[in-house]
Write a protein that binds this ligand. Structure first.
Ligand SMILES: Cc1ncc(COP(=O)(O)O)c(C=O)c1O
Length: 378
């Protein structure tokens, strides 16, 4: 059955359970056939209501903060692979209590915390993030290899022998890329760090592997991972965020007003691009809207406006089959990854509710937010 949006409040992020399962099944197949460990990057998708389902298919998750590590520990019932650009001394003991692996962004941080990790009453595997100085990411905002990047250690800063206690290396340089980008990236990793790969137990190849996108060559990814494992005799870890929640749901919204802005028809919606879909402005990209297309001559065409006072809080332009009316439902596609995790209450705008369209075609409202959510954070 198609989703019945009349049952769903506006605005609301709606996760379609069967689509998430489809992604997880596919990723699990890649995991089994390649022998890699594939874990969820919480920074992209941390809707913990779905963690029991995620845990059925994946072995765990990766955290980039104390909060994420604790959420993994409490809601996924496992220990996190943790990496952050810097750790706070006052949080570190608690953080490693939730972590099985801890990756340091610099040698400074490794030396600062190494003894604390060694003294912990459970073994925690330590790694270093490397910067292979190669990324195929066109937006600088998402490119960890821009000159001056703070993310990772370049080869010249590491000696011939890894510091004692380091068991893994971590490289994250990809963003919504395919396996051929990974292959080209590996040329640089192996050229620069190949000798060190023989000294480690695991290599974490970060996120950005968009293996649930149509057309992705899974056989090529599997072969690439198998080759790496065999060449260096190491475990391979991938930690995608986007790929897990890719095309698994929507942001349901509604038209509140339609204004003629000096010849431009603007439909003002009950959502905000800045507060609820910030990647559309940051990346930037134009999200797909159900029943709408890029402008077509002669069709009713609108700029879609957000409800904050930020002048740039809008998206141009969409043509619809019929003129829009106040109260119409507008569905933004693929709005589950990097949305809920990035929302703000800028301008005091309310956060969209969160819901699940279950596999048995029932709707569950998981959360709605009121004044308290706004007040709590300011
Ligand atoms: C270190 C690290 N790992 C994993 C990810 C997840 O990447 P993606 O959601 O593109 O798969 C990111 C994203 O920024 C990251 O910085």
């Amino acid at each position: 059955m198609a989703i019945d949006f009349s049952q769903i409040p506006s605005p609301c992020y709606v996760l379609e359970e069967k689509l998430l399962r489809k992604n997880l099944e596919l990723i699990n197949r890649v995991q089994n056939e390649s022998g890699a460990e594939i874990i969820l990057a919480l920074k992209g998708f941390s809707m913990y209501k779905m963690f029991p389902m995620v845990k059925k298919y994946l072995s765990g998750a990766t955290a980039s903060s104390l909060n994420e590590a604790r959420l993994i520990f409490e809601e996924m019932d496992c220990l996190a692979h943790t990496y952050a650009p810097a750790y706070k001394p006052e949080e570190f003991e608690e953080l490693i209590g939730y972590s099985s692996h801890i990756t340091f962004n610099s040698l400074n941080q490794f030396h600062q915390f190494k003894d604390q990790v060694d003294a912990f009453d459970r073994k925690i595997s330590m790694g270093l993030r490397i910067n292979p100085q190669y990324a195929e990411v066109s937006t600088d905002m998402y490119n960890p290899c821009v000159v001056g990047s703070r993310l990772g250690i370049t080869r010249d800063a590491l000696g011939d022998i890894l510091p004692e206690g380091i068991e893994g290396l971590h490289s994250h340089t990809m963003c919504e890329n395919d396996s051929y980008v990974l292959e080209r990236t590996l040329v640089h990793i192996e050229e620069k760090f190949g000798d060190l790969l023989h000294q480690i137990k695991w290599l974490n190849l970060g996120g950005g592997h968009l293996m649930t996108k149509e057309g992705y060559d899974h056989a090529h990814l599997i072969a690439t991972i198998k080759r790496l494992k065999a060449t260096y005799n190491i475990d391979i870890i991938l930690e995608p965020g986007s790929a897990i929640a890719w095309q698994t749901g929507y942001l349901r919204s509604r038209v509140l007003d339609i204004v003629d802005a000096q010849g431009v028809d603007v439909a003002i919606l009950d959502i905000s691009f800045a507060a609820h879909m910030p990647d559309t402005l940051e990346m930037p990209y134009k999200p797909k809207v159900w029943g709408a297309s890029d402008p077509i001559e002669g069709r009713p065409t609108y700029r879609l406006g957000g409800m904050t006072c930020l002048a740039g809080d809008y998206m141009s332009e969409y043509s619809f089959e019929k003129p829009l009316k106040i109260g119409d439902t507008i569905i933004f596609d693929d709005m589950i990854h990097y949305t809920m995790v990035k929302t703000t209450t800028f301008n005091g705008v309310g956060l969209p509710s969160i819901g699940i369209w279950h596999e048995d075609d029932s709707f569950e409202l998981v959360k709605s937010f009121g004044f308290e959510s706004f007040k709590e954070k300011i």
